[in-house]
Design a protein around this ligand. Structure first.
Ligand SMILES: [Zn+2]
Length: 246
C-alpha cells in the first residue's frame, strides 16, 4: 500500500476527486525523477496547472517534494549538468571501452502520456541514432559522424583526460574532465571506437571500483533505462590528421 503525500497547493489543485484518483494511481507508479518503482510513500507532483494539460506525477519522497510546478524548458547547454563515467571493457561485454552519460538532475518534457515522462535528451539522441538496449553484450549502432576526443592535459591527475564529445553537427554533447584509466584509453584509441550509454544510472564518475560500476551499468541496461551508440574515438592528433585529409 502506497501512501501519498500532497502539499496544500497540490490538494487545492486536485480537489477531492483528483486526490482520490491520485491515491489510486500511486499504488502502481514509477518515480518521475529516478524512474524506479515507488513503494511505501509517494509525493504527488502536479504540472501544467496554468494550461489544459494538468498532469499528476509521483515521486519518492527523497527524489522530489510534493508541489505544483512547471516542467523546465530544455536548457541550452545540457553539458552543464552531465556526469560522465568511464569503464574499461566489461567482462562478458562487447569489448569496447565504455562511457556512461547521465544528467545530474534529469529534466523532462511534459507532452507525453500520463505517468511517463520523457527525458528531454532522449528524443534528440534517438533521432541521432542511439537505440534502447537490453544487454551489454550486443554492440549498439555506430554513429560515424560523432566523435569522442580524450586529451591528456598537463597538470591533471594520472588517469585523467579532458574529454570532448561532438555530435554530427559538431555541437558539443559533453566536455569536461573524465577519469580515463590507461586500459580505457588504450582500448578506445586502438579500436577507434567506444560505446556511449545514456540514461539514469547510479554510477559514480569518481569511483575506481569497476566491478561495482559494471554491476550498476548492467542493472540499468537490463531495466531498459539506457540508450546506447558506438562513437568513434580518437586523440587530437588523429582528429587533426583526419580533418586535414577531408
Ligand atoms: Zn525516485
Amino acid at each position: 500500500m502506497v501512501t501519498v503525500q500532497m502539499s496544500p497547493e497540490v490538494q487545492r489543485m486536485l480537489g477531492p476527486e483528483g486526490m482520490a484518483q491520485a491515491r489510486r494511481e500511486a499504488q502502481n507508479a514509477d518515480c518521475a525523477t529516478c524512474t524506479k518503482k515507488i513503494t511505501g510513500r509517494a509525493n504527488v507532483v502536479v504540472t501544467g496547472a496554468k494550461s489544459m494539460q494538468v498532469r499528476v506525477w509521483f515521486t519518492h519522497p527523497a527524489c522530489k517534494a510534493s508541489t505544483v510546478t512547471e516542467l523546465r524548458k530544455p536548457s541550452r547547454n545540457p553539458t552543464d549538468t552531465m556526469r560522465m563515467s568511464s569503464l574499461p571493457p566489461l567482462p562478458g561485454g562487447h569489448g569496447r571501452a565504455v562511457l556512461v552519460a547521465q544528467l545530474e538532475s534529469p529534466q523532462y518534457y511534459a507532452d507525453t502520456p500520463q505517468t511517463e515522462l520523457t527525458d528531454r535528451l532522449a528524443p534528440y539522441l534517438l533521432s541521432q541514432g542511439f537505440e534502447p538496449i537490453g544487454d551489454t553484450a550486443t554492440e549498439p549502432p555506430l554513429l560515424d559522424r560523432w566523435v569522442a576526443v580524450p586529451s591528456q592535459v598537463p597538470g591533471t591527475e594520472t588517469g585523467g583526460s579532458l574529454l570532448t564529445i561532438l555530435d554530427d553537427n559538431a555541437e558539443v554533447f559533453f566536455t569536461g574532465p573524465v577519469f580515463t584509466p590507461a586500459r580505457w584509453r588504450r582500448t578506445a584509441l586502438e579500436t577507434g571506437e567506444c560505446t556511449l550509454y545514456y540514461g539514469p544510472t547510479e554510477l559514480d564518475p569518481a569511483s575506481r571500483d569497476f566491478p561495482t560500476q559494471n554491476r550498476l551499468l548492467e542493472n540499468a541496461v537490463r531495466d531498459g533505462r539506457l540508450l546506447a551508440a558506438r562513437v568513434p574515438c580518437m586523440d587530437r592528433a588523429t582528429l587533426q590528421d583526419t580533418a586535414a585529409r577531408e
